[in-house]
Design a protein around this ligand. Structure first.
Ligand code: IYR
Length: 224
């Protein structure tokens, strides 16, 4: 207990029931409009907006508050091109058999294939790395805990922040993603977790109809 030092909960805001109801409903109607987009325009997005969203992601809860994540934000066209080439190389193998029949059948309704032009068109790619271990203040190796849970939550915060800012996103998981360590110069203690594609949708952007089907409440929740 010797390091434990409580401070008053900062900046808490509570609301009365009506206000809570309204806020919950407003949030639902806003987040309902978020869909994974694959048609990105090349309209630029200022870096400071991305920085603010990353700061929001960085507030996520994490195992022992070790914050086991690193976000590499790429706007450099040369690096985006390298990522596209490497991702398409892996995806070619994936779509031509490595995935297995079942998986590919399940992807039919999304209309995806090995071509990933958005990796070059979109103004930002955010590669999210999971830190299996990191360093304490003295530079000693420090184990991290619940890393996939922690990074998953931070990724959710980031998607949400980007959506709230008015940006479209795609959660892209080229399979495997090891090439990202090499292209982005990240250490072996980090595992590429996800690649987010971020920008504005094109005016004629489409989404797969199947992706709009969300399970109704009774299918996703039980109240006891
Ligand atoms: N990584 C591939 C395949 C893919 C897999 C799943 I599961 C998806 O929900 C969507 C795509 C790709 O990005 O095309």
């Amino acid at each position: 207990m010797k390091d434990y030092q409580p401070v008053p909960l900062p900046d808490w805001k509570g609301y009365d029931e009506e206000e809570m109801r309204l806020r919950a409903a407003n949030y639902l109607s806003d987040i309902r409009r978020r869909h994974s987009v694959r048609n990105f325009s090349d309209i630029p997005v200022p870096r400071d907006i991305i920085e603010t969203c990353i700061r929001a992601a960085g507030t996520a809860p994490s195992g022992a508050n070790h914050q086991p994540w690193h976000f590499v934000c790429v706007s450099d066209p040369t690096v985006k091109r390298k990522i596209r080439i490497a991702a398409e190389h892996e995806e070619e193998a994936f779509y031509s058999g490595r995935a297995g029949e079942d998986w590919l059948e399940n992807l039919d309704k999304l209309g995806t294939d090995q071509h990933k032009p958005f990796l070059e068109t979109a103004p930002w790619l955010i590669a999210i790395f999971l830190q299996r271990s990191s360093q304490d203040d003295a530079g000693n190796k420090r184990k991290n805990y619940y890393t996939s849970e922690s990074v998953g939550i931070a990724t959710g915060f980031l998607l949400n922040a980007l959506h709230c800012a008015g940006l479209a996103t795609l959660t892209h998981t080229p399979n495997p993603m090891r090439f990202l360590n090499e292209v982005l110069n990240r250490p072996a203690t980090e595992r590429a977790y996800m690649l987010l594609v971020v920008g504005h949708p094109t005016d004629d952007a489409t989404v797969p109809a199947a992706a709009l089907q969300k399970k109704p409440l009774p299918d996703i929740a039980t109240f006891i």
